[in-house]
Design a protein around this ligand. Structure first.
Ligand code: DGY
Length: 331
């Protein structure tokens, strides 16, 4: 039987599926596996089902000479050294699609929450600070209906956000590596803009690109300086798409009005991180895909990808089809 390591407890259904075909060991702690344990556990494994919190780099791959597949329970795969895996003929698989709607829901909730100061207003009520029955100037926010939204990265999640924005009668600008066809743009009601124009014209800017060397700090000081003073920046992709130092400066000096962040350059963010002391910030603990149903679907998809690869079939969501060329005769 082939041997599989699962770096964090997944849904029982998905676990059972893998157990039917493989000998499985699981990190059953409710915490990411420690680096030394990961390395130790990879030794004799044919497959690993990992999380975005596990760095699968050369050192880990060196410890796993028999490895055939890395199946991550996430759409993002920047925690995996894909080039190194490819050279070794190891398949890398991820879980797109199944988390698109949940993540778009969260991005839009965060946009609304930031625009209308929902968390701050909730804390205000709970703290007993609400002393007058109604006040004409209490928690004045930014209108969302009819505003202009700029979507950076119009992939699956970006498009799902565009559909929600259309329901709020928003003007939708987008920037993407590849421009959509006119028909697609029309169907979605979106208009292409250069990054510079998008930043200049949007009331809300929301990031939906994967983290790559091209998108690292795509929002830096120059980008922030282009945004409108009343604009709000939303990030549910990866923390390192934003230069956080520059963002803190932008918020303090009021180049922009606020930000809603579900992701940070270092997670978990430290309690005394300077960004958390600013009042125009809404911060969430990386919960974009966090619905029970979505997480079950992600586990199921990660399990299917893993098992297909181990059966020497092409997995549903293969990040590195080029690995095929380097694949050893496994079976
Ligand atoms: C992902 O899948 O990459 C998200 O960040 C977590 O669901």
């Amino acid at each position: 039987m082939q041997r599989v390591y699962i770096t964090r407890m997944i849904s029982l259904d998905a676990l059972e599926e893998i157990k039917k075909a493989c000998h499985v060991s699981v990190n059953s702690k409710d915490a990411p596996v420690k680096r030394h344990e990961l390395i130790k556990n990879m030794k004799d494994k044919d497959g690993v089902l990992c999380m975005l919190t596990d760095r699968i780099d050369k050192e880990v791959l060196d410890a796993a000479p028999d490895l055939k597949v890395i199946s991550t329970m996430s759409v993002g795969f920047e925690h995996i050294d894909v080039d190194e895996a490819t050279k070794r003929g190891i398949y890398v698989c991820n879980t797109p699609d199944v988390l698109t709607e949940a993540t778009a829901d969260l991005a839009f909730s965060l946009l609304l929450a930031t625009a209308r100061h929902i968390p701050q207003a909730d804390s205000f009520v709970r703290a007993g600070a609400w002393k007058e029955p109604w006040s004409p100037s209490l928690f004045l926010g930014m209108p969302v209906w009819g505003a202009t939204i700029g979507i950076i990265g119009l992939g699956r999640i970006g498009k799902a956000v565009a559909k929600r924005a259309a329901g709020f009668n928003m003007k939708i600008l987008y920037n993407n590596r590849r421009r959509l066809s006119r028909e697609e743009e029309k169907a979605l009601g979106v208009r292409y803009a250069s990054l510079k124009n998008l930043l200049k014209r949007s009331d809300f800017v929301t990031i939906h690109t994967p983290l790559t060397k091209d998108t690292y700090h795509i929002i830096d000081e120059n980008a922030l300086r282009l945004m409108k003073p009343h604009a709000i920046l939303i990030n549910t992709s990866r923390g390192n798409t934003i230069d956080e130092e520059a963002l803190i400066k932008a918020l303090k000096e009021k180049w922009i009005a606020g930000t809603g962040l579900d992701v940070f350059s270092k997670e978990p963010i430290e309690k005394d991180h300077p960004i958390l002391s600013l009042e125009n910030v809404v911060a969430l603990p990386h919960i974009g895909s966090a619905t029970g149903k979505t997480r079950e679907m992600m586990a199921d998809m990660a399990a299917k990808n893993l098992l297909m690869a181990l059966k020497s079939k092409k997995p549903f969501h293969l990040v590195n089809p080029e690995a095929e060329r380097y694949k050893r005769a496994w079976l």
